[in-house]
Design a protein around this ligand. Structure first.
Ligand SMILES: O=C1O[C@H]([C@@H](O)CO)C(O)=C1O
Length: 538
């Protein structure tokens, strides 16, 4: 089946948290419409860029784009930007069931509101390894009152003007800023229906599948339904070995399905609560209402919203990461032999006086000619041909202190992977430029899923820590957290011809250079559509 969507991308005045602000919308909405499809279907999205003064591009996050690497929607990597007034048609197959995302992949436009869900159902007659009565979704985001242009300008200023903690957390596009805190020239209207809390209505006794997705620009979130345990059953489109949590930590770019049963006292409503974790919260708890039929949907619960785990409890988050395993009936064992291992140190640095993020001391810079085009056409002058660094000086580097020399270099270099090779990547976290701080970084790989082999605290020791890898039942994902001062190991097969971004999903961190590009089998890529071209060298 082919699903055709016609999208008009435009700025609109919106008040998702009661404060009026310009937001980027799909057909006037943020979050944009959910794309529904069934495994094997073709999705066609005709994107008309009505932003007037801004380019755009849309990434289909978690969709591997097998055979269509040019429709990954990553500006600078797989396509030229879509110019204002232009229409671009994405056409791709959704080859696996599960919960996926779409969002802008141009500048910091995701933060401005261009995002939504993709739900791919199993084929008719195919059963999933769990049962539920109803399917619902929860889309999480963090929200600022200044514009993304202002944020981007601040990030590139000397000295840096950091974006700071968000003003609000949005649940399905709804938050509630305290209007008494708004400045005199700002339009905040607490009674605007756009910012009335999200209500999840449930029938007592029924079991719900909640598809939870985070589009956060910065924050790690902890999601809790007051008084209801959650059973995790899916992550990034893969069935998980079910495990029960009181609350779920979710990082930007991840999706989970959880099951819960509305089996508590039906005489009242309960809170949905989203708390910021990992960074010191500067944002009030995001709330919604779990409404037991037949209570009034606006009746507030008689309690305070859950405050979640302590924001700085790294072990708590680390333990959830380690609890996530493949469902036993759906294990795809990773290839045992590895062809290449990369050890990637994540650091905050300075380049020419600006604060940047670097991988093995190289800060990523997007070239003007998209890599896929440059590689396919052999345009060697379009980007730095020197290979990107494979490792860092792990023997002497102290991940717990500020670097003695914070300067890094900036480059457009990439990792060329042999087609069909098996690649291990260990992401190593470290101290930032402020003393005693390390952020959690959700890393997202385009074009592939990877096996999550392991997590560790402290420094990864090559030759030793591989022994801790889970080669038995690792979950496959497309986004995974690298915990503070810790490491995360993944494995993937370079079996998808194309050029693929791999980056921190924190919007400002990727903007500040926190990413790399992998390219494989480009000689096998079919004829590039001319619609992706028109910028840079030719
Ligand atoms: O990239 C970042 O920059 C700030 C801060 O380190 C500089 O002001 C911060 O908290 C980040 O995550």
């Amino acid at each position: 089946k082919v699903h055709l969507h016609k999208w008009d991308i435009s700025y609109q005045f919106k008040s998702p948290d009661c404060m009026k602000k310009l937001a980027i919308t799909v057909n006037g909405e943020t979050p944009g419409p959910t794309i529904y499809a069934q495994q094997g279907d073709t999705v066609v999205v005709q994107v008309n860029n009505s932003l007037v003064t801004e380019n755009t591009a849309i990434h289909w996050h978690g969709i591997r784009q097998i055979g269509t690497p040019w429709f990954d929607g990553t500006e600078g990597v797989t396509q030229c930007p879509i110019l204002p007034g232009d229409t671009f048609v994405y056409r791709f197959t959704v080859d696996r069931p599960g919960t996926y995302l779409y969002h802008a992949h141009y500048g910091m436009q995701r933060s401005a509101g261009l995002y939504g869900l993709i739900q791919v159902a199993v084929p008719d007659g195919v059963a999933e390894p769990f049962a539920y009565d109803y399917d619902r979704s929860i889309v999480l985001n963090d929200w600022w009152h200044n514009s993304t242009q202002e944020q981007a300008t601040g990030l590139t200023s000397i000295p840096i003007v950091w974006v700071g903690e968000p003003q609000s957390i949005l649940i399905n596009g709804r938050g509630s800023f305290n209007c008494s805190l708004s400045g005199p020239n700002q339009v905040c209207n607490a009674t605007n229906p756009e910012c009335s809390p999200f209500v999840l209505a449930v029938v007592p006794g029924k079991t719900y599948r909640l598809r939870i997705a985070s589009f956060s620009s910065l924050s790690a979130f902890n999601f809790e339904i007051e008084g209801h345990n959650l059973t995790v059953v899916e992550a990034d489109g893969h069935y998980a070995k079910p495990f029960v949590v009181e609350n779920l930590t979710i990082y930007s770019g991840e999706t989970y399905s959880v099951l819960f049963t509305a089996d508590r006292d039906p005489g009242r409503n309960y809170w949905l609560a989203v708390n910021v974790v990992s960074r010191k919260p500067g944002t009030p708890v995001g709330t919604g209402i779990l409404n037991y039929y037949s209570n009034h949907p606006r009746r507030l619960p008689p309690s305070s919203p859950p405050s979640g785990p302590p924001w700085n409890d790294t072990d708590y988050r680390f333990n959830q990461s380690k609890a996530l395993r493949s469902h036993p009936a759906y294990v795809h064992p990773p290839p045992p032999a590895v062809d290449r291992s990369l050890l990637l140190l994540n650091t905050q640095n300075k380049v020419e006086g600006r604060v940047r993020w670097s991988i093995n001391n190289v800060s990523f810079n997007m070239p003007h000619t998209p890599y896929l085009i440059a590689l396919k056409k052999g345009l060697r002058h379009a980007f730095d041909q020197a290979p990107a660094p494979e490792t860092y000086d792990y023997r002497s580097y102290d991940i717990y202190i500020n670097q003695t020399n914070p300067n890094a270099t900036i480059s457009t270099s990439i990792y060329r992977l042999e087609f069909n090779s098996t690649v291990d990547v260990v992401l190593q976290n470290a101290n930032m430029m402020n003393p005693n701080t390390s952020d959690t970084h959700p890393w997202h790989l385009h074009g592939h899923d990877f096996w999550v082999l392991g997590f560790g605290m402290g420094k990864f020791v090559p030759g030793t820590d591989e022994k801790e890898f889970n080669l038995v039942d690792p979950i496959m994902k497309n986004t995974v957290a690298v915990h503070q001062y810790g490491w995360t190991a993944i494995r993937f097969r370079a079996d998808n011809p194309g050029a693929w971004a791999f980056h921190c999903h924190i919007e400002s961190h990727f903007f500040m250079g926190m990413g790399v590009v992998f390219a494989e089998g480009v000689d096998r890529v079919g004829r590039l559509p001319t619609s992706i071209m028109g910028c840079g060298h030719s």
